[in-house]
Design a protein around this ligand. Structure first.
Ligand code: ATP
Length: 263
């Protein structure tokens, strides 16, 4: 299996502080990774590198076999699907849901004068259907609820048939039903062998969908644990990561964590 992502000794330094501190991490084709870590740990900064929007201050980053700094990122970016809160501000609120997904085919955020063929439209509708959004195709993006918006963004991220899918807190802000619906859909995607390699940032083990295979835990920019979920996602590692004693329970293929009561 070849690596879709390979970071070697990567640091990102701002104002003399390492936001990401000598991180070495590799994602092989077909793997589904969860990045866990407390607020400010550097999770989004890592995803920005993985999406080629941020270059490391030191170290090397290879994405889909191409070294950052020696590749034209405009060739690389269509091969990477990204869905996160940062994208929401870039998308016109008055655009329909269908166009919001369709415009991704050309690396755009809004309709200009480009022509889409029926194959593009068919694919956009198929993806909306997969995310449970087909009936919203003609709704204005700006009128969607948080959960509907999140599902539209994932459909959009899949539009270019990317080799790597990056999800930044896809379940943040969703109610219990919305979270469970999304986890089910992400689970179906994670267990689809034709789906791209995936990296999902989250704060909560409850949001880890069945089918995710690996976990990267970071704290203060440093890697605390990295490897298969079955061995690395433990109460000990989670407690070290979030800085307080936690219990961790696995029921089937879902996880829950709790803080220990104060004594
Ligand atoms: N351009 C910047 N200049 C200085 N500090 C920055 C810059 N961008 C991010 N930071 C800081 O880097 C740290 C890591 O930020 P990052 O957004 O990667 O964390 P995160 O793990 O995604 O956090 P959260 O869970 O809160 O979203 C934070 O302390 C943040 O304030």
């Amino acid at each position: 299996m070849s690596d879709v992502l390979e970071l070697v000794d990567v640091s990102v330094v701002r104002d003399g502080r390492a936001l990401v501190d000598q991180v070495s991490w590799a994602v092989a084709e077909g793997e589904r990774w969860v990045i866990l870590g407390p607020n400010g740990a550097g999770k989004t900064t890592l995803l920005q590198i993985a999406s080629s929007y941020l270059f490391p201050t030191s170290g090397t980053a290879q994405i889909l076999g191409e070294k950052l700094g020696s590749v034209d990122v405009f060739d690389l970016r269509p091969r990477i699907g990204t869905a996160g809160a940062a994208m929401v501000d870039k998308l016109p609120r008055s655009q329909t849901v269908l166009d919001t997904v369709l415009t991704a085919a050309y690396g755009m955020t809004a309709h200009w004068h480009e022509k889409y063929d029926t194959t593009d439209e068919f694919r956009a509708l198929l993806l909306l259907d997969r995310l449970g959004m087909a009936e919203f195709r003609d709704r204005r993006f700006g009128t969607l609820s948080e959960g509907e918006r999140k599902r539209t963004l994932i459909a959009r991220a899949l539009m270019t048939d990317p080799e790597l899918l990056l999800l930044d807190e896809p379940a943040a802000g969703l109610d219990l039903g919305g979270r469970e619906d999304l986890v089910r859909r992400l689970g179906a995607l994670a267990q689809d062998r034709y789906a791209p390699s995936m990296v999902m940032v989250t704060h909560h083990v409850e949001e880890i969908a069945p089918g995710f295979t690996h976990v990267l835990m970071i704290r203060q920019g440093k890697v605390l644990a990295a490897g298969p979920i079955d061995t690395e996602l433990s109460a000990r590692n989670l407690s070290l990561c979030f800085g307080l004693p936690l219990t961790l329970e696995r029921r089937g293929d879902r996880w829950t964590a709790q803080g220990l009561p104060l004594t």
